[in-house]
Ligand binder design. Structure first.
Ligand code: R5P
Length: 298
């Protein structure tokens, strides 16, 4: 049985359809003060259940809804609750950066398992070590094969150079370069102020002159990383810049920044639902529903 939270119903419908199922009804009632009451409307006793909920903006609200939904399924006797969190919010807080900080992702992991999650499915986690934080099995899926197909279809591979917008993304860029037959890649060295989160300077390793640069990253939040990397690539002679990112977090006014930038096209996946009012002409959304559905078959 497949259940959906309210953050990404279109993806839940697509996954259910690919599995020849329907999304089972759950009542999500919002009290005047914003608290939610969730009720599972069908018998789940002894059933293997799946919940799909992205921890996108607003992350706290979407997580809370997921926690309560898990609890409702657990109390109703579900045998297992595999939980698809296509975008795992708080994943960038997976360790202590400065003295006195919390490891927020560990808090999320504790609650999820405590309220009944038996297995986690997620996409393009910020760090390959994140699964270690969870005490239940984690299926780490990726949008990179979907992106690689799109890159093969749209570009002449001899003319492009892949680009990681920061040093942390090198593993990802090597992976997609491998899928595409080991095409060359370059790396932007981005330095972010740990206190303010601002990017204070960046440099480039690798040759992009005369090439079509294709930046690949895990997420676009404010869009500043992508825009600054694009400007740097153009300053260094790149002919055009395209960007691919799995998670369209789109914080603040990322849509405007991206549309008004020198980026030719922004390709994202549907791990996060981008409402029509946040879509913009340069945006293209590819679906990872089949990857999720295939993973859920086993
Ligand atoms: C950082 O390490 C991530 O991979 C992304 O590059 C970053 O989170 C994007 O943030 P923003 O869009 O706000 O620059």
């Amino acid at each position: 049985m497949i259940f959906s939270g309210s953050s990404n119903k279109p993806l839940a419908e697509k996954i259910a359809h690919l599995l020849d199922k329907k999304v089972s009804p759950a009542e999500i009632f919002v009290f005047p003060d914003g608290e939610k009451r969730i009720r599972i409307k069908e018998k789940v006793l002894g059933q293997d259940c799946v919940i799909i909920q992205s921890a996108s903006i607003p992350p706290d609200e979407n997580y809370m809804e997921l926690f309560i939904m898990l609890d409702a399924l657990k109390r109703s006797g579900a045998k297992s609750i595999r939980t698809v969190i296509p975008y795992l919010g708080y994943q960038r807080q997976d360790h202590i950066f400065r003295d006195g900080e919390a490891v927020s992702l560990e808090v999320i992991a504790e609650i999820l398992t405590r309220v009944g999650m038996t297995e986690l499915f997620s996409f393009d986690l910020h760090s390959p070590k994140i699964p270690d934080i969870f005490s239940v099995p984690v299926k780490h899926l990726s949008a990179l094969p979907v992106f690689a197909d799109k890159i093969k279809a749209d570009f002449n591979l001899n003319e492009i150079v892949l680009v990681s917008p920061d040093m942390g993304g090198i593993r990802r860029i090597k992976e997609i370069s491998g899928i595409l037959g080991n095409i060359p890649f370059a790396t932007v060295e981005k330095n972010r102020d740990l206190l303010s989160g601002e990017i204070n300077d960046s440099g480039l390793t690798g040759d992009v002159r005369g090439k079509v640069a294709v930046i690949v990253d895990d997420m676009i939040s404010t869009g500043i990383t992508m825009v600054e990397a694009t400007n740097l690539l153009i300053e260094n002679g790149a002919a055009k810049v395209f960007v691919f990112a799995t998670h369209a977090v789109f914080a603040r006014h990322a849509e405007k920044i991206l549309q008004n930038s020198r980026i030719e096209r922004v390709v994202v996946s549907d791990t996060i639902d981008v409402p029509s009012y946040s879509q913009f002409p340069k945006l293209k959304i590819l679906s990872i529903a089949k990857t999720a559905a295939d993973a859920l078959k086993y």
